[in-house]
Design a binder for this molecule. Structure first.
Ligand code: ATP
Length: 432
């Protein structure tokens, strides 16, 4: 777990090990914009796959879709985003710095202690233009949430998927918000990825499904290996609810800088489908076989952020030992993530960069890759340093092909070294 005073070391580690680094760096960067490096992208893909697996593949009652970032601008009128997707913005009357009023400790004063202006509503939607001729260009928006792509496809899903209420529709993808106060690494950026699922239910079942999803989603973070004591549920007071929401509970994580939202579970009522029916003129109601009546169903939405979940996972699993794990050597860092979420499943290391060790190591790499494992091959540098490099990126196990692999009773075996215990055992190549 990263402590408050370790943030600089954590950020330096993330850069050094190819996890996360500032974007557009050679041009002086772009504020609050980050790239995922070779290790970061593998972990991010695995986190998304874990979500998709739990939410879609392991269930009969949820299907997935993938809709575009740019939708017909009417979607955002209907959803209320062009009008209501705003944050209250205030300005420090002395420094002219801007703040989100709802994030100030005292809503009448800036963090510098100066009085602030009256709040103005600032729309978070990113505008863009469609069409080659400037005069005719139509204004469009980059989506501020992925779920609207699901709502507008509600009827297509009913017609094509054989699902019946209650059922869910899931999507993972980029969203964009012109945030006033981005910050804390990837916690709040203007471009980010969401994992959202809209669970369509009858009104009378909404409370039951809301409670169900709060519990399921909290458990998902625990199953990722995040420490339970660093997670909590926070219910939104009625007056703080988003314009579409009847009830919201957030799952928060205790980041080094304080508690922050990972995911919100909202009861959206039938707000979105009703709005789309009104604005599109297309019917969103379904026929209830029992009551023989038509109704517009309700929606329970667990909406999480890929970047925030990954950040929580990294922060939670990161361990730094100033004098090494045995307390008497160089600084050591270990990323103790669950296997399956680390960038690599294993590393294969020939003890020295020579044949026949390399050949045997390559055979092992091929075997593991054929089994679908992501394997890191590294043949140069001292073996101790190579182990430490893998510990730092969380590789759960290293296989070393050494001289004992070649001769005598141990012929055909390799050393398997565990990241967390540093214990080494010999196992047969075929049993790896
Ligand atoms: P916040 O209150 O922190 O601004 P929100 O309540 O507006 O977040 P939602 O609209 O519920 O967020 O979006 C669902 C999830 O998307 C959030 O729980 C978060 O994980 C992620 N998310 C939202 N905004 C951002 C952002 N600017 N950067 C990174 N992730 C974000």
């Amino acid at each position: 777990m990263v402590e408050q005073n370790q943030m600089d070391s954590f950020v330096a580690w993330a850069k050094r090990r190819g996890v996360i680094w500032p974007s557009s760096e050679i041009y002086g960067g772009l504020s609050n914009s980050y790239d995922y490096g070779p290790v970061g992208v593998e972990m991010k893909n695995r986190l998304k796959a874990a979500w998709w697996n739990t939410m879609v593949r392991q269930r009969d009652d949820i299907v997935g879709i993938d809709s575009p970032i740019i939708l017909n601008p009417k979607v955002w009128e209907a959803s209320g985003h062009t009008e209501n997707f705003t944050d209250p913005l205030v300005e420090d009357t002395v420094t002219h710095k801007r703040y989100r009023q709802d994030q100030l400790e005292d809503p009448s004063k800036s963090p510098d202690g100066n009085p602030v202006s009256e709040p103005k509503n600032f729309n978070l939607m990113f505008k863009t233009f469609i069409g080659p001729v400037e005069e005719d260009q139509a204004v469009a928006f980059l989506r501020g949430e992925t779920c609207q792509g699901i709502f507008i496809n509600f009827k297509n899903i009913l017609d094509t998927s054989r699902q019946k209420i209650p059922f869910g529709v899931a999507q993972i993808g980029k969203s964009f918000r012109n945030e006033i106060t981005p910050g804390n690494l990837t916690f709040r950026t203007r471009e980010f990825e969401q994992m959202e699922m809209e669970f369509i239910v009858r009104e009378e079942d909404a409370d039951k499904w809301f409670d169900y999803w709060v519990e399921q989603r909290l458990q998902w973070y625990v199953d990722l290996g995040i420490e339970k004591k660093n997670l909590r549920l926070v219910k939104h007071p009625k007056k703080a609810l988003a314009h579409y929401s009847k009830a919201t509970t957030d799952i928060e994580y205790q980041f080094p800088w304080g508690w922050g939202e990972l995911e919100g579970i909202a009861n959206r009522g039938n707000y979105d489908l009703t709005q789309h029916q009104k604005f599109s003129g297309k019917e969103m109601a379904v026929f209830d076989e029992e009551t023989k009546e038509k109704y517009i169903p309700w929606v329970i939405e667990p909406a999480g952020g890929v970047d925030r979940s990954l950040l929580a996972l990294l922060v939670d699993a990161w361990k730094n030992f100033e004098k090494g794990r045995k307390g008497e050597g160089e600084e050591e860092t270990v990323l103790a993530v669950k296997s399956g979420l680390a960038a690599y499943d294993a590393a294969v290391l020939p003890l020295i960069k020579k044949e026949p060790l390399q050949k045997m190591a390559n055979t092992l790499v091929k075997k593991l890759r054929a089994e679908g494992k992501n394997v890191f091959y590294d043949e140069s540098g001292s073996i101790g340093r190579r182990y430490r490099r893998q510990d730092e990126i969380g590789t759960p196990i290293c296989y070393t092909v050494d001289f004992e692999s070649l001769d005598g009773k141990t012929k055909g075996t390799v050393t398997a070294r565990d990241r967390d215990t540093m214990k080494q055992i010999r196992i047969k190549l075929g049993e790896v």
